[in-house]
Design a protein around this ligand. Sequence first.
Ligand SMILES: [Zn+2]
Length: 270
Amino acid sequence: MSPRCVILMYHVIGMPRGAAESRLCCPPENFVRQMECLSRDGWNVIPLSEYVLASARNRPVPERSAVITFDDGTACTHEQALPVLKRFGFPATVFVVSGLIGGRNEWMTRLGHPERRMLTAGQLRELDREGVTIGSHTVNHVRLAGLDGARLGAELVESRQQLEDILGKPVLHFAFPYGSRDASATRAVREAGYESACTTRAGLNRPGADPFALHRTEIMGGDSLVQFKFKLRIGSHDMPPWSLARAAARRWLVRAGVLAARDPSARTAN
Ligand SMILES: [Zn+2]
């Protein structure tokens, strides 16, 4: 079986400022331990573009390949994550809400989440200089499923143009806010000139996978290192001990022919 690539999905690297964001906030010391784990256990952390290119050519990636992504573009990506990524020499991709550059996480505060600063244009340029790939996460962090063509185009094309104006280089990768997508949205992402799109659907990615429906594994604020290690291997969002037992029991039942195999679970995050 060809090696599969795990694409990790982070949001905020920082201490949660309340229960509402505890899932989305990975404490900085946890993030350091997770990066140490990737390094110590011999994971090949590769740029998203490297996986997309290999996959397009139906070439396997090396054993234990992982891609690191951050959604939203909060300032902590520059202030907390970048120094750690540099220390380990790990590439990463940040998906940015282009209409809020230099502003606040307005789509979150409307839902009762604490206020967070977003990356500034200067921070985006520095991330780019340091080898971090900048991708788009729409202009306004909207759900794309069900949007009409004009609004889809505005969110996808304008976002790309805004980021390209700041960076002076092509922006080729996209992540669906909330994992919200349908056939029209996926087609619009492709037509807007992107080369890949990340979803929030859990699972590992095999060579030849649809580049506009990449699976990711959400690393949550409360994940222990043991859970993190299992997620790398299994590609699941949820990995409490009881779910390990349930997953093992399910695999046994599938092998025994009692249950039908199915895709990894799908859950949406922002
Ligand atoms: Zn998001």
